[in-house]
Design a protein around this ligand. Sequence first.
Ligand code: FVH
Length: 292
Amino acid sequence: MTTFSLTLLGLGAMGQALASTALEAGHPLTIWNRTSGKTDGLTTQGATAAGSVREAVTASEVIVVCLYDHASVHAVLDTEAETLRGRTLINLTTTTPEEARELAAWSERHGITYLDGAIMATPSMIGSPDSVILYSGSQKAFNIHRELLGAWATSTYDGDDAGLASLWDLAMLSGMYSMFAGFLHGVAMLQSAAIPARSYAQRAAPFLAAMTELLGHSTEHLDTRDYSQPLQSLEWTTTLLDTIERASREQGITAAPVETVQRLIRQQIDAGHGAEDFDRIIESMRAAAQIQ
Ligand code: FVH
């Protein structure tokens, strides 16, 4: 394996995992964190703790940032744009696509090679093939540093538009959080009858796993936007969700997660599409953002 020196800015839960794995892979590592106390375990493993961002950036050709959010990335890097000139910046902080593009443009203005990454894993998964990190931005940087990226996770490159990794990341997380909210709504419904969450989880997990099989079943109509062959019509689905809403109220809990879906359905029924497939609610999502 080709080892090269690396700097990591940000030693939160994820930064710690990335640092530790890079050290295990044999990369000389310089680390920096805003507040003290987070470098100790890593220096024991062989990392060098820098006293300032400038010192940390100067130490390596490749600078990885894993900070709280986009604002914290600028808070750390803005004063060091000239120090970063000629180096490669890999940003693993969660941002929006536009924020990633903004940072790519900022990097270009300052002669910095920019690669954006989106981590689809928890800290404990880093270093295992089950963890995935999506990248977009500089293909050259992705290719050159593939071994390091591979030590952290299974790496994929989605193109030179720096915003694409974030777009994929947030699209995947949107699906995940909506599913978790639905799961918790189910837990609350059953807990109202003194049924423990564990019992619900035991039945819900295989049921939801079976339902995810439907996701890849037929997606063509989502691209053609032809919903005229319904698997479940909007009229049929709204009646079912209405029953869930009433059941929620009977059990003394909110139906808020279901109400959100109902609003999207009603928009399409009101526009005269009640006989079409449930998937037509995607048009309500587009309409909400004025994208037609
Ligand atoms: N943890 C996870 O499961 C995930 C999974 C997928 C993606 N993420 C993203 O990774 C970024 C970092 O997440 P994290 O888990 O390491 O986050 P924290 O443990 O909260 O650490 C945050 C670090 O950011 C530093 N920081 C915050 N604000 C500033 C600032 N204004 N200036 C400088 N540094 C800042 C913070 O420093 P300190 O509080 O220790 O001084 C931590 O180093 C994140 O984008 C996730 O979405 C994680």
